[in-house]
Design a protein around this ligand. Structure first.
Ligand SMILES: *Cc1c(COP(=O)(O)O)cnc(C)c1O
Length: 386
């Protein structure tokens, strides 16, 4: 017990990130400017080229809001998503005056269940909003097929999914309308706060860029004269203030270069946990399809009926041994706002409810040493009375 507390998550910020931030501060350009532009260009290159429009924003929440707005979601529409997510996924639907239709997850993957999505599609359904939970790709072939057959938009919540692949293709390059990544402090790469909206749809990108900054456009002027004065703009909509600062983008430029190496370290930690925790009364996290990359943002374990300890007590026992754990997620159907707004009952989400009562996330981040990983696994054994 003399060991220091091992937090649930920590960012890894190196000398290159710090030097780039200092360079930004010295440059005099601290808000959105050349570094945000470079981060967007680097992100497009990371995904594979210029056909990806990358729009840097100050959070994934902002990016999801912009993506749904640009996809035409509005009052009277319904958007289908999973109860097994963070509230940001769903709240943006309400910003737009549309309604959220929550569905259950598939306990084999913890991702949204395409059969439940299909059953929930109705006349008001406008869009599907899958989440790549923990960094494991959702069943995108099934989701995209449903969208095609029913004429629906698809926006991916890829807050956990950099880098994740689905059928060998990076999330961000799939045939959805837009994909949104998060660079929040505890995500797989971080800019402190930040996000990236990615789309191959030039019109969607144009709308999102305008709405990212107050609904400001310089295009109208172009129609009448070749030369737009630097001071001229027009407001074409009541837009938002969702731009990413150059200070944050400076971090992102270098974090992105490390994204694959970070993933490899987290995958190695996950593999070591799998070895060390084998044989305990635990359901270990679902694995990716053969040949696919799991981003391993989370390492969630589920207590089986033989565990002999509640999830609450399990997490307490981990804390008593100096190890931070968390729960991803308290499903949306249990939160007062969502429960009351849509009259939800746990019986409507039996699988997510069952998962919720048994799940805990163990620490998984690049700054953990091999000894930290062994320490966590040993603490799990103790917490399970083994
Ligand atoms: C973190 C997270 C978000 C929101 O990301 P921000 O960048 O903090 O806005 C959205 N969805 C999921 C699933 C998340 O985990």
């Amino acid at each position: 017990m003399s060991q220091p507390f091992l937090p649930f998550a920590l960012p890894e910020i190196g000398g290159d990130e710090i030097a780039e931030v200092v360079d930004t501060l010295r440059s005099g350009w601290v808000t959105t400017g050349p570094k945000a532009r470079r981060f967007e260009q680097d992100f497009a290159a990371f995904l594979g080229g210029d056909e990806y429009h990358c729009i840097a924003v100050n959070s994934a929440t902002a990016g999801l809001h912009l993506a749904l707005e640009a996809a035409g979601v509005g009052p009277g529409d319904e958007v289908i998503t999973t109860t097994w997510t963070f509230t940001a996924t769903a709240e943006v639907v309400r910003y737009l005056g549309a309604d959220v239709k929550l569905v259950d997850h598939d306990p084999a993957t913890l991702n949204i269940d395409p059969a439940a999505v299909e059953a929930a599609i109705g006349p008001r359904t406008k869009a599907l909003l899958p989440v790549h939970y923990g960094g494991l790709a959702a069943d995108m072939p099934a989701i995209l097929d449903l969208a095609r057959r029913h004429g629906l938009k698809v926006v991916e919540d890829a807050a956990h999914a950099l880098p994740t692949t689905c059928g060998g293709a990076l999330v961000g390059t799939l045939a959805s309308d837009a994909t949104v990544f998060s660079f929040y402090a505890n995500k797989t790469i971080t800019t402190g706060e930040g996000g990236m909206l990615v789309t191959r749809d030039a019109e969607l990108a144009k709308r999102a860029r305008v709405m990212r900054l107050h609904g400001m456009s310089r295009d109208a002027f172009d129609r009448f004269t070749a030369k737009v004065p630097s001071w001229y703009y027009e407001i074409v909509a009541p837009g938002f203030k969702y731009n990413l600062t150059d200070i944050a983008a400076a971090l992102g430029i270098h974090q992105l270069k490390r994204a694959h190496a970070f993933q490899q370290r987290r995958a190695a930690i996950a593999a070591r946990y799998d070895e060390l925790l084998a044989g305990l009364p635990l359901l270990l996290p679902p694995k990716p399809a053969a040949g696919d990359v799991h981003a391993w943002h989370l390492y969630p374990v589920r207590l089986t009926d033989e565990a002999g300890v509640t999830r609450e007590r399990f997490i307490e026992k981990m804390f008593e041994q100096g190890i931070g754990c968390s729960v991803h997620y308290i499903p949306l159907h249990l939160h007062p706002y969502w429960r009351e707004r849509y009259g939800l009952d746990p019986a409507q989400f039996p699988r997510a409810q069952h998962t919720y009562e048994r799940i805990a996330s163990l620490p998984i981040y690049t700054r953990m040493t091999d000894a930290d990983v062994e320490r966590v696994a040993a603490a799990v054994r103790v917490a399970l009375g083994r």
